[in-house]
Design a binder for this molecule. Structure first.
Ligand SMILES: Nc1nc2c(ncn2[C@@H]2O[C@H](COP(=O)(O)OP(=O)(O)OP(=O)(O)O)[C@@H](O)[C@H]2O)c(=O)[nH]1
Length: 348
């Protein structure tokens, strides 16, 4: 009987994972807008040192996106900083006088979910929390465009040299781990694809994932909170069903990817900026650009979001920073030309 009581007392935790720019923060914004007074705490983790996602959530004006409900962890991917940052953060959340009813963790786009899941087996955590579900968001157009595809010949050659290697594309490795961890797979950004293109991605995913996982289509992660929360997976007790490319390794590094921040001056026009960003993203093969900057004659801050060469922007809130320096986080595979990108972005 006592065990039933302690089960009931566990706080459910939902993990939202998915590659860089798949739409995790957008899904969270939509989820919080429909929270209906439910006390949801958000833990946001980013690959770069500058927290943009937390800032995007706080400035969205939705009730529930208050400062105290959003905790940012920006010192590297959660999967590598579990003991240092993550566990103390989770303990602090559940030790609050009024603990959250539900905790949602947005992992960085490069995080492997498995090490994070393992953290929920730590004795003092597993008695107080349970992983309600791992939701993996898929950037469907990026999959359709082959971003995570492998070259079979290159894989075979790599394996011949080192049998422990499985992938020639580091993006494929992250993508596969994120799919394998899922209790629910959301095919996001279906608004920019045809039905046939989406169906092809669905088939590929069904073949790639080792167990049957519910897959839903979405635009901007707009799904009913009743679908996203309350899955009841208890994923921490089900780790063996979620294979990872790093099973057996104690740790892994994100050597394949790098990130830096570029400070940019006030821009003459939005169109000019977006054109410049698209050109730079294409030329330097950048995976993700996001941040804020100022535009001549505008009192509001311009929020910029780029995934590959696809950009979106909006004026979000008035500047409170007198310097109005724009800052953009740039993420790509290791070997990015920081000086070239900086020079190109800082041009007027
Ligand atoms: N067309 C389209 N764009 C979307 C959709 N969902 C999100 N986006 C856009 O994709 C970009 C990235 O969205 P985010 O929500 O920031 O993605 P994320 O997964 O949180 O990104 P990281 O935290 O950097 O990995 C933004 O410009 C979003 O507006 C969608 O369903 N359709």
């Amino acid at each position: 009987m006592a065990s039933v009581k302690s089960e009931q007392a566990k706080i459910p935790v939902t993990i939202i994972t998915g590659f860089l720019g798949a739409g995790k923060t957008t899904l969270l914004r939509n989820l919080l807008s429909k929270a209906d007074g439910r006390r949801i705490a958000i833990v946001v983790n980013e690959f770069g040192s500058l927290g943009i996602d937390g800032e995007v959530l706080r400035s969205c004006g939705i009730e529930g996106c208050g400062d105290e409900d959003i905790v940012e962890l920006t010192n590297g991917c959660l999967c590598c900083t579990v003991a240092d940052d993550f566990l103390p953060t989770m303990r602090a959340l559940i030790d609050r006088p009024e603990p959250p009813e539900h905790i949602v963790i947005e992992t960085s786009g490069l995080a492997l979910p498995k090490p994070l899941l393992k953290a929920f087996s730590w004795p003092d955590i597993r008695t107080r929390m349970t992983v309600d579900g791992v939701i993996t968001l898929v950037d469907t157009p990026a999959v359709a465009a082959g971003l995570f595809a492998e070259d079979p010949e290159a894989v075979a050659a790599q394996r011949a040299a080192d049998p422990s290697l499985d992938h020639d594309n580091p993006l494929a490795e992250v993508y596969e781990d994120q799919l394998n961890a899922a209790d629910l797979i959301v095919l996001n950004k279906t608004d920019v694809l045809t039905d046939q293109e989406i169906a092809t991605v669905e088939t590929g995913i069904a073949q790639a994932v080792p167990r049957k996982v519910m897959t839903l289509r979405a635009v901007e992660g707009r799904l009913d909170p009743a679908i996203l929360l309350g899955i009841g997976a208890g994923a921490e007790d089900d780790l063996q069903a979620r294979p990872s490319n790093h099973d057996g390794a104690d740790d892994h590094e994100h050597d394949d990817f790098e990130s830096f921040v570029v400070t940019i001056p006030e821009q003459k026009s939005v169109d000019g900026l977006i054109e410049k960003l698209k050109k730079v993203a294409l030329e330097y093969d950048i995976l993700r650009i996001k941040g804020f900057c100022s535009v001549q004659g505008k009192k509001m801050r311009l929020s910029v979001q780029g995934v590959g060469t696809r950009f979106r922007h909006e004026f979000d809130i008035p500047w409170n920073d007198q310097t109005k320096d724009g800052r953009l986080v740039v993420i790509g595979q290791t070997g990015l030309s920081k000086s070239g990108i900086e020079e190109a972005l800082q041009q007027g």
